[in-house]
Structures are given as structure tokens and as C-alpha cells.
Design a protein around this ligand. Structure first.
Ligand SMILES: [Zn+2]
Length: 311
């Protein structure tokens, strides 16, 4: 049985935030087993308990441009999806993130800096087993021509397709097995967020991406990309969508076993899927559920009977 993990030591990062354009300073700390991923707003003059924001689906609000969490006291932290993705990708179950703004830094628009810092400080195995959520039946959600679907499986696989009317994208598909030895670090973590010139100018004018620049996003115009740097992968766009999905799905609060198929998805659709999964207890079970142990014992007994019958 796999054990829960945390960091060996803390690390700090600072940088501009995408939406508010402020400098945000974070300190990512190790945490005991069963803490989960917990944010603490250090800039608020409120009692400790009110400054804590759990990275769980029940705290997700307003998920159009990023993933934002808010606790029951109304204290929020946003643009958490890339850090969540690094935690999920590197199997960090527990961490406490101190942050002095209402938003995390955007860094280079990918999760690479988080991954490098986690690798630098190291990962610590805790003495408590990890609980994994196993999907027990198919669930599909549709929104116009977009859909997201999950079916039962022994590990987490992601099959993501995006479609954009742009010569560098058109249709891109990427399949990734999060639980195999193929590396989140090398395959997913350096893929940057992206936007289209018209949309970026519109959001800039509205003050919604005050910190956005060619340093932290790929920007596409009719000719190609406006950045000086080249693409890190030809299919960097769909890989970034996989990166976001890995971060967003972790808001379920555990690792999940299931095959996920996403067509033209986004933050909101992933959040809605988590809510659908959790809305009915028969949609999922823990891998160590008493019920599943009984099922296992039962099937082993049957298997033994079949074996002895065939002998
Ligand atoms: Zn993203």
C-alpha cells in the first residue's frame, strides 16, 4: 500500500500574478499526514482559522479564467491550478502554502518551477497509507459540443483533445498515464498557458490579466506565436490543458483511479465532474473501503472454488 508524501523542507518563490499584476510571495511547507493541500493567507489580519483555505472542491468559486478557492469566511486564493498540478504530478499529498496575496505567482505559465523546487528540497514518505478514490461507474457531462467522461480503471489515464481554428493547433490530442513511470516532469510540467491576441487584448483592457506578458504565456496571432522563444513542444497547447486538468482534478482531495476523456474541456467542466462524482457515494469507493475488501475476499474465495472445481 502506498504511503502519503510531503516535502522534506520548505521552499519559497516570488513573482507577478497573472490577474492582479501584484508580486506574490509564497512559502510551501511540509505538512503532516491527512492535512491535504492547505493554503494560508498571511496578509490578512484575521484569526488563524479564518486565514486557512482547503484545496477542496467545496471551496471552488468563479472558475472562468483560473481556479479560485474561497473559504466560508470569504477569504480567497486564486490561480492555484499549476501548483496543484505539480503536487499531483509528483505525488505530494500534504503541504501548507503560505501566501501574502489573494493569488499565486504565474511564474513562466507552466508548473516547471514548482517541480524543480519540489525536486530540490526532496520528498518525504510519511507513515500513513494513502487513500485512493476508485471510480465505480461511467459518468459523462456535456456542455454544447464539449464533454468530459470518466470510466473505471486501475490507474489515472487522461485522454485530452482540443480544437482551435488556428494553424498551429487545429486539433491536438494527448494521452497521459499519471500513475505510470512516464514522467510528469519531462512530459507535462514545462507546457505553458496560452491565449489568442484578440482575447488577450480584450482581457488586458478590462484589467483581468494585469500581470500577463509574453514571459508567462504563449500568445498566438494569425501568423504564429508572438513570443521570442519557440514552442517547447509542437503540442504544447494540449499538454498545458492536461497540466491544468491534473491540477483541477486533485481538488477531489485524493488521487483518483479512472480513465478520463476530455473533449474541448476547461476548468469549469472539470470542477462540475468532481461535483457529479462526489454527489453520489455509489459513484466511487476508497481502495481500502471495507466493502471493497469484502468484495475482494469474496472474489478470491470464488476464484479458489473455481480453481478447486477445475482441478
Ligand atoms: Zn493553466
Amino acid at each position: 500500500m502506498a504511503m502519503q508524501k510531503t516535502l522534506k523542507k520548505y521552499f519559497k518563490l516570488s513573482g507577478i500574478t497573472l490577474h492582479s499584476g501584484e508580486i506574490s510571495n509564497i512559502k510551501v511547507n511540509p505538512a503532516p499526514a491527512n492535512t491535504g493541500i492547505l493554503f494560508k493567507r498571511t496578509d490578512l489580519k484575521v484569526p488563524h482559522i479564518e486565514s486557512l483555505i482547503n484545496a477542496k472542491i467545496e471551496n471552488v468559486v468563479n472558475s472562468e479564467l483560473c481556479t479560485k478557492l474561497s473559504n466560508k469566511y470569504g477569504h480567497a486564493v486564486s490561480t492555484i491550478e499549476h501548483l496543484m498540478s505539480a503536487f499531483h504530478g509528483l505525488e505530494i499529498d500534504n503541504a501548507i502554502i503560505e501566501v501574502d496575496k489573494a493569488e499565486l505567482p504565474i511564474l513562466d505559465g507552466s508548473s516547471l518551477e514548482y517541480v524543480l523546487e519540489i525536486e530540490r528540497v526532496g520528498i518525504n514518505n510519511l507513515q500513513t497509507p494513502r487513500k485512493i478514490i476508485n471510480i465505480t461507474r461511467p459518468i459523462i457531462l456535456r456542455n454544447n459540443d464539449s464533454y468530459i467522461k470518466v470510466t473505471p480503471a486501475n490507474s489515472m489515464t487522461i485522454n485530452y483533445t482540443i480544437v482551435y481554428d488556428h494553424k498551429l493547433i487545429n486539433e491536438q490530442n494527448f494521452i497521459f498515464d499519471l500513475d505510470s513511470k512516464c514522467s510528469y516532469r519531462n512530459i507535462i510540467s514545462n507546457s505553458r498557458t496560452f491565449g489568442f491576441k484578440d482575447e488577450v487584448e480584450f482581457l488586458k483592457d478590462k484589467g483581468l490579466i494585469a500581470g500577463g506578458s509574453l514571459e508567462n504565456a504563449i500568445v498566438l496571432d494569425n501568423d504564429g506565436i508572438m513570443n521570442q522563444s519557440v514552442l517547447r513542444h509542437d503540442d504544447e497547447f494540449v499538454r498545458h490543458k492536461v497540466l491544468d486538468f491534473i491540477g483541477d482534478i486533485y481538488l477531489i482531495g485524493h488521487r483518483v483511479s479512472g480513465n478520463f476523456e476530455i473533449f474541448k474541456g476547461g476548468h469549469r467542466l472539470t470542477h462540475e465532474l468532481i461535483k457529479s462524482i462526489m454527489s453520489d457515494r455509489s459513484n466511487w469507493k476508497y481502495d481500502d473501503d471495507k466493502a471493497s475488501l469484502e468484495e475482494l475476499t469474496f472474489s478470491t474465495l470464488n476464484h479458489k472454488k473455481e480453481l478447486s472445481a477445475s482441478l
